[in-house]
Write a protein that binds this ligand. Structure first.
Ligand SMILES: [Ca+2]
Ligand SMILES: [Ca+2]
Length: 139
């Protein structure tokens, strides 16, 4: 386990690196598409947010949030992703909305860095953003 420092510019440069960002988003999409039908269902997307820990950082949800509130929240997130209201989230919708969320996180962070404690095998996007910055700094 390690600690990374992340600020708005870390997240923004990750999103701006289109090749890297698409690769990460597509990998995440593939791993979340549990039944391999090429789209994310409501429950698949919910699982995604539970595992990516974006909810806690972006929406300020704490563990005391009642389950029905959480379900409402996940539903509203799903609606945001599902731009064409098809009832499923395809790869492009996933990418686009993920980008919006990460940019909103970046705005929220601004220039005040946060510390994140991470497991070594953590695959969250914020970890990837930090890794990317670290690799640029050391290059
Ligand atoms: Ca699926
Ligand atoms: Ca859709």
């Amino acid at each position: 386990m390690g600690v990374v420092i992340i600020d708005g510019s870390t997240v923004r440069s990750f999103v701006d690196d289109e090749v890297q960002f698409h690769k990460s988003a597509d990998e995440a999409f593939a791993s979340l598409d549990l039944n391999n039908d090429g789209v994310l269902s409501r429950s698949e997307l919910r699982r995604a947010f539970e595992s990516l820990r974006l909810i806690e950082t972006h929406f300020g949800v704490d563990v005391a949030t009642p389950p029905e509130e959480l379900t409402k929240l996940y539903d509203s997130i799903f609606e945001k992703f599902d731009c064409d209201h098809s009832g499923t989230v395809d790869q492009k919708e996933f990418r686009d909305e993920l980008k919006n969320i990460l940019l909103a996180i970046a705005d929220g962070l601004g220039s005040s860095p946060i510390q994140m404690a991470l497991e070594d095998d953590d695959q969250s996007f914020l970890k990837k953003a930090a890794d990317l910055e670290a690799s640029k700094l050391s290059a």
